[in-house]
Ligand binder design. Structure first.
Ligand SMILES: C[S@@+](CC[C@H](N)C(=O)[O-])C[C@H]1O[C@@H](n2cnc3c(N)ncnc32)[C@H](O)[C@@H]1O
Length: 247
């Protein structure tokens, strides 16, 4: 599939990002920024598949930058660095271009080996990876968890999507592992069942992570339920500032 013309990024996504980032996507971007407040790296940061960085809060990126940490980013889209520069003109980013899924994720493995101290943030990628590369995805998904062992990492990604407007704008936080479909349906979709939504395929991730959920209106009338996962890594993370909401 072409890096410029595909369902999980590329030109269509850039145009959508430019159009919606400062209005329709603003509440989601702010929620991601609050969640990331607990993920300020002490060393370099690697952004995985950030596209034009439309969902990344500029305040959080400046905080990383002002702390003197190097920011790396990897995407297979050759237009991503240019669009990222438009959205975050003050960010200085070392770009890498690679197909992260092909060959069982060997390019990701190579990049991680070259950045042994980097904290890794998957930027709305894991829930789209199967759609972008369906044939290569199973081998990539099977190896990801072991590639992240011993790393400090986080990911925000699609868990569900569809045309049902969530009934709650409040985030839902789960400290007891991954939220079940029932918990999410009760919190976000009071009158619906999970079968009425698309469930995104996700790789198995290391155990013990902290999970948070938000809604994101991708375009008018189309909603994604995003799962934010912070891995525990070798040293404990600072607690985030996301409001705790229990159903
Ligand atoms: C939904 S977009 C990411 C959204 C972005 N994080 C944001 O903040 O707006 C998914 C990204 O994954 C990238 N991508 C998809 N398949 C890829 C692959 N096989 N290798 C590298 N990048 C890939 C796309 O180019 C796109 O930038």
């Amino acid at each position: 599939m072409s890096p410029i013309l595909n369902q999980a990024g590329g030109l269509r996504y850039h145009f959508r990002g430019i159009r919606h980032r400062s209005r329709l996507w603003q509440p989601f971007r702010k929620a991601v920024g609050r969640w990331l407040a607990g993920f300020c790296p002490s060393g370099p940061l690697l952004l995985v598949a950030p596209s034009g960085g439309y969902c990344l809060d500029p305040g959080w990126l400046s905080q990383v930058q002002e702390g003197g940490r190097a920011i790396h980013a990897v995407d297979w889209d050759p237009l991503a660095p240019w669009f990222f520069g438009l959205s975050h003109p003050r960010a200085s980013v070392h770009w890498h271009r690679a197909d992260l899924i092909a060959g069982g994720g060997k390019e990701l493995e190579r990049l991680l080996a070259s950045l042994p101290d980097a904290r890794v943030l998957f930027c709305n990628f894991l829930g789209q990876a199967e759609l972008a590369s369906p044939r290569e995805y199973p081998a990539f998904a099977a190896r990801l968890s072991s590639q992240l062992q011993g790393r400090i990492w986080a990911s925000f990604h699609d868990r569900y999507s569809g045309q049902i407007r969530p009934s709650s704008l409040e985030p839902f936080e789960s400290t007891a592992g991954r939220a079940s479909p029932e918990e999410l349906m009760q919190h976000f979709y009071r009158h619906s069942r999970s079968g009425e939504l698309n469930e995104h395929t996700l790789p198995l991730l290391p155990e013990g992570a902290h999970h948070c959920y938000w809604q994101w209106e991708l375009r008018p009338g189309v909603f994604h339920l995003i799962e934010g996962v912070r891995g525990l890594g070798p040293d404990p993370l600072v607690a985030g500032t996301v409001p705790v909401t229990h159903s």
